[in-house]
Design a protein around this ligand. Structure first.
Ligand SMILES: *[C@@H]1O[C@H](CO)[C@@H](O)[C@H](O)[C@H]1NC(C)=O
Ligand SMILES: *[C@@H]1O[C@H](CO)[C@@H](O)[C@H](O)[C@H]1NC(C)=O
Ligand SMILES: *[C@@H]1O[C@H](CO)[C@@H](O)[C@H](O)[C@H]1NC(C)=O
Ligand SMILES: *[C@@H]1O[C@H](CO)[C@@H](O)[C@H](O)[C@H]1NC(C)=O
Ligand SMILES: *[C@@H]1O[C@H](CO)[C@@H](O)[C@H](O)[C@H]1NC(C)=O
Length: 249
């Protein structure tokens, strides 16, 4: 009986301590953010699916605070340098090249490429790009509904982004994205490719396609949000209930 009481005191003290610790770090997860890099293409059906069904929904809850996101809209494009300019050929044709360039300009030019406060990415840029991935339609006259997407996610410099996407800057951004893609895998085997903490792992990439949150959670070491521990939260509260019940006796 004494042992049970002691155990309860230790348990109560440690959970109070844990709560305090949690409170202190509540607003700054930047120390243990996971680097997430996504190598994809603006018109690739699997990229559209990953973005709109896995990545973007996962960023709507507390998991978002644990992500340092790098988007690389390039995929299986091929680059050549001709005389004075970069030229690209894209996996799904010329329209895709244009879509990749719009996204590149959005990433670099929305809030000057700065992260949103408290996050490891720019929320407006990611929302705008998610909308483009969702609504892009190869058969439409305007394949990418930039104006609609810029209204839903308040992009204040759309004209600059559109102008950027048909000028040298965009081609230079694509050349950088090409090098980043080559560094991870050359040639890139599948699109999209998702990489955690800068280290390509086939099994992480496979899991991320259908359960991005689970793949990400493997890399979150402390202060895991509820999204990571549906099961263990239940186990912990079960244990707590048990201890409470013991105390009642
Ligand atoms: C986030 O990722 C970018 C690009 O890889 C990197 O430069 C930056 O250092 C990362 N930030 C943190 C906090 O890991
Ligand atoms: C479009 O971009 C080019 C190259 O950056 C720049 O010289 C030009 O002034 C821009 N035009 C507009 C209308 O912003
Ligand atoms: C940029 O180029 C694409 C195709 O290459 C074209 O459809 C689009 O209208 C151009 N945009 C602007 C703002 O010139
Ligand atoms: C994330 O990337 C940055 C920059 O490359 C690096 O300094 C940092 O250690 C990486 N974080 C992790 C957890 O690997
Ligand atoms: C996110 O965290 C806050 C505070 O830590 C909590 O109140 C909220 O329920 C969490 N939301 C989700 C979806 O887990």
């Amino acid at each position: 009986m004494e042992k049970v009481t002691l155990l309860l005191v230790v348990f109560a003290a440690s959970s109070v301590f844990a709560q305090h610790q949690h409170h202190d770090q509540e607003h700054d997860h930047s120390v243990h953010r996971v680097n997430v890099s996504v190598y994809y293409e603006s018109l690739c059906p699997d990229s559209k699916k990953f973005f709109t069904q896995q990545l973007y929904p996962s960023l709507q809850g507390n998991l978002s605070e644990f992500v340092n996101l790098t988007l690389v809209p390039y995929g299986k494009s091929k680059a050549t340098f001709e005389v004075t300019d970069w030229k690209f050929e894209c996996h799904h044709g010329e329209a895709e090249c244009y879509g990749n360039r719009i996204q590149a300009c959005a990433l670099k030019r929305i809030d000057k490429g700065q992260d949103s406060p408290g996050l490891g990415y720019n929320k407006v840029a990611v929302g705008f790009i998610n909308c483009l991935m969702d609504k892009a339609d190869k058969t439409a006259e305007a394949v990418f509904p930039t104006r609609d997407c810029a209204l839903v996610n308040p992009v204040s410099n759309l004209l600059d982004i559109e102008n950027c996407s048909n000028h040298t800057d965009a081609f230079n951004y694509m050349a950088v994205f090409g090098r980043l893609t080559d560094q991870i895998q050359k040639p890139l085997k599948s699109v999209p490719t998702i990489v955690f903490n800068d280290q390509y792992k086939q099994e992480d990439n496979d899991l991320a396609q259908t359960n991005f949150a689970k793949a990400l959670c493997q890399y979150i070491e402390s202060d895991k949000p509820a999204e990571c521990s549906g099961v263990s939260v239940t186990v912990t509260s079960g244990l707590f209930a048990l201890l409470l019940a013991l105390k009642m006796f």
